[in-house]
Ligand binder design. Structure first.
Ligand SMILES: *Cc1c(COP(=O)(O)O)cnc(C)c1O
Length: 392
């Protein structure tokens, strides 16, 4: 017999989704109205404004795609890349590999600039790639690599693309709301994000924004965009402009109530305050982990405060620890990926989940589980070390 599904209350400290606040969940449960209802059209306008604030942009073409972050990625590529184009793609983790897939499926050539997992994108290597491929019309990179917890210098990369006459496609799925992201000041051209990382909304929505230069390239396309659903010219008719909204697809009405609430919470707190909160909780977590004798993998200058890559100590069973955290503490942390699988944990402090309680809860749970599994570490030191950061 099947019955209603009642999930447990987990604490989500992995690579996303992050904990969704009661405020956002209750917005989701409000009455569904028609997606062309004048009140819903007003809500769409407010969401656009709130997204412009979150992205720090005045781009007209700023909206939430009705699908997850991967669809936002695909929207940027299919609209800006034409068959025969050359695109420089930076890869220093999982998501650069997906960008390559997108470029090739558009019938274009991907020139890969590779850096090791755990390192940021090398500006020098990208510069050399442009020297060798002056025909490259786009530079694509990930601002915050969720697979490794590394921040790349998005300002410098966007400036480099602009200096070479190329557009930039920037993955900000994990950066939006967690660290500084200045779309206009950096001159980023096509930027996509996700709802379930530092916005702490439910998964399944992808905010995107396109610069006037990017919009011009879309308008001047000679080939039809290969995806009907993600063709921005069609989506613009639904979301954009002052004209009557044309039906394109049925917006996920209640999901957008939730996104609106999450963005409102971000604006109420203020971007700078949100970034500071992420930084402070990260510092407390790191102080606690290091006091236990655990080591961070990424160099301090490139670390993402919202995604912490921790080395699994020698002799400790990665999967057994994660399993016990979930079973005994309802606490989810992430596994390592690729070459880092089995050797690292990814501890997220994203959005609403970035708070003092979660930092202390995670350190406490990790201590208990590691002690139960007979691991050797400095017991009893993590909580005082984290507290010292909160009290400083
Ligand atoms: C999570 C993530 C994505 C994909 O988002 P989905 O919502 O899972 O499709 C893309 N890029 C980065 C950097 C991410 O962290």
């Amino acid at each position: 017999m099947t019955s209603s599904f009642y999930p447990p209350h987990r604490t989500l400290m992995g690579p996303g989704p992050s904990d969704v606040s009661a405020r956002v969940l209750s917005a989701l449960a409000r009455p569904t109205i028609g997606h062309l209802d004048p009140l819903f059209v007003d809500l769409m306008d407010q969401i656009k404004e709130l997204l412009q604030y979150a992205f720090q942009t005045s781009n007209e073409l700023t909206l939430p795609i009705s699908a997850p972050g991967s669809a936002g990625m695909e929207a940027c590529f299919v609209n800006l890349v034409s068959p025969g184009d050359t695109v420089i793609v930076c890869q220093n983790g999982v998501f650069g590999g997906r960008m390559k897939e997108n470029v090739e499926r558009c019938g274009a050539t991907a020139i890969m600039v590779e850096d090791s997992w755990g390192e940021p994108v090398s500006i020098d290597k990208v510069s050399t790639a442009f020297d060798q491929h002056p025909e490259a019309s786009i530079l694509a990179f990930v601002h915050a690599e969720t697979s490794t917890g590394v921040r790349s210098d998005a300002a410098a990369l966007c400036a480099l693309a602009a200096a070479r006459g190329a557009l930039s496609i920037v993955d900000t799925v994990t950066s939006l709301g967690g660290i500084e992201l200045l779309v206009d000041a950096w001159g980023a051209d096509a930027v996509y994000s996700g709802s379930q990382k530092c916005l702490s909304c439910i998964p399944g929505i992808s905010p995107v924004t396109f610069s006037p230069r990017a919009v011009e390239r879309i308008r001047n396309r000679k080939h039809k965009v290969q995806s009907w659903f993600l063709d921005m010219q069609l989506i613009m008719g639904y979301w954009g402009g002052d004209s009557k909204r044309a039906y394109h697809h049925t917006a996920p009405v209640n999901d957008l109530y939730a996104l609106h609430e999450a963005l409102l919470m971000l604006r109420e707190e203020g971007l700078e305050a949100a970034h500071l909160r992420h930084r402070r909780n990260h510092e407390a977590l790191v102080a606690g982990l290091e006091a236990m004798g655990l080591a961070m993998v990424v160099a301090p200058e490139y670390r993402l405060p919202q995604l912490n890559l921790v080395a699994v100590p020698a002799g400790v069973d990665d999967a057994a620890v994660r399993g016990a955290l979930l079973k005994e503490f309802d606490l989810e942390i992430g596994a390592g990926l690729g070459a880092l699988a089995g050797k690292t944990w990814r501890i997220g402090l994203m959005g609403f989940a970035s708070n003092e309680r979660n930092v202390l809860y995670c350190l406490n749970a990790l201590e208990a589980v590691m002690a139960a599994q007979g691991a050797v570490f400095a017991a009893g030191k993590a909580i005082p070390a984290a507290r010292a950061v909160f009290e400083s």
